[in-house]
Design a protein around this ligand. Structure first.
Ligand code: GUN
Length: 289
């Protein structure tokens, strides 16, 4: 059996198109464009690329992009003052502070300073709490994108065995919450798990988010499983995921490639969250996206 390739690039393009249509209707009704502010501190090259792509996608969706680039030696007080200014700015519906921040800045304090109702990254503890109890808030973009890809393969996720590899606040934990909300039976495995493969071999849904190149071996995969690879690892051989793709392809029922799988969905979901934020702030019904 050869796995179906889940085309994240095509899914993301379609989602961005739907958001652009919804944004056009929003602009008619609200008389303004939704706005996303992106803050980059320092010159990390990967972060600079992400921020540029986010700005481009924002504009392409018909939204306003406010980009703030600060030098690497910016002090915490200056960054917090900018966040406060963005919180108060009515033209800004979403605020994203690109991570990682330089070591001298307490990232947790910065995330706490963002208005939870503009936190389109879903990183504020209030939004993590809302997700945990199933209340309306913002869900982090990468796990939200993974869920959209999964729902396309499995319109009904209830009862499936889901295994998430990795327990980060940005991906693993919110991914597990989303799958639980879909009534999957969820296991999180991590660096201290005794027999990772024993868990993954039970998984109908396997989400790999560990950041270790080709960590998941072919024989860890249940035949027919759906495999979502969140890894973006830069190696001498180029970009590779957390899954040994060539080996997994012979066993999985469906699998995301790297690149072209989860990655493009993250920005599409950021644009989606920003649109949803703008609708909430204007008390307009958001189109289901
Ligand atoms: N750094 C890597 N991914 C992300 C993301 O999704 N949001 C932010 N703010 N920083 C990141």
């Amino acid at each position: 059996m050869t796995a179906a390739i889940i085309d994240g690039k095509a899914h993301a393009a379609a989602l961005r198109g739907r958001v652009a249509d919804a944004v056009a209707a929003f602009r008619e009704r609200a008389g303004r464009a939704p706005g996303l502010a992106v803050v980059l501190v320092g010159e990390d090259p990967a972060s600079a690329v992400y921020v540029r792509n986010k700005g481009k996608a924002t504009r392409e969706a018909g939204m306003a992009s406010f980009e703030h680039r600060l030098p690497a030696d910016t002090d915490a007080a200056t960054l917090l003052a900018l966040v406060a200014q963005l919180n108060a700015d009515p033209a800004v519906d979403g605020i994203l502070v690109q991570l990682p921040l330089p070591a001298h800045i307490d990232a947790e304090a910065v995330l706490l300073a963002i208005d939870p109702d503009k936190d389109v990254d879903g990183f504020h503890p209030v939004n993590a709490g809302r997700l945990a109890i199933g209340a309306e808030g913002f869900v982090p973009c990468t796990p939200l994108g993974c869920l959209m890809l999964l729902k396309d393969v499995h319109p009904q996720l209830a009862g499936l065995e889901a295994v998430v590899i990795g327990r980060s606040n940005i991906v693993g934990k919110p991914m597990a919450q989303l799958l639980l909300q879909q009534s999957c039976t969820v296991t999180i495995v991590h660096s201290r798990t005794r027999d990772v493969a024993a868990h993954t071999r039970r998984a109908d849904i396997l989400v790999a988010a560990v950041g270790i190149p080709r960590f998941v071996q072919g024989d860890w995969i249940k035949p027919g499983a759906t495999v979502i690879d969140v890894g973006i690892n830069r190696t001498d051989a180029g970009l590779v995921g957390d899954v040994d793709f060539a080996a997994a392809q012979g066993l999985a029922g469906a699998i995301t490639p790297v690149p072209g799988g989860v990655g493009p969905m993250t920005i599409a979901c950021l644009i989606r969250n920003t649109y949803v934020s703008a609708c909430r702030r204007e008390a307009l019904d958001a189109v289901a996206l």
